[in-house]
Design a protein around this ligand. Structure first.
Ligand code: ZN
Length: 64
């Protein structure tokens, strides 16, 4: 049985050029959206950078 993207499907496995491997992609209204893997990594990296900056400011309050 061939695979179909139905409206009930929330994610689909597809090749991602960014990740260089098959990954889960979001699906909305039957259309394939963004890769969920490197999207998640990007968000966590951003959060990590923000946390590091906050930590740095707490350690050096006189500089700010
Ligand atoms: Zn990706």
């Amino acid at each position: 049985m061939p695979e179909h993207n139905t409206r009930n499907t929330e994610s689909v496995t597809a090749w991602c050029n960014h990740c260089g491997k098959p990954t889960q992609h979001k699906v909305s209204d039957g259309r394939r959206g963004r890769c969920m893997e490197h999207e998640a990594v990007g968000a966590s990296k951003k959060q990590e950078a923000a946390a590091r900056k906050r930590e740095h400011e707490e350690k050096n309050p006189k500089l700010f």
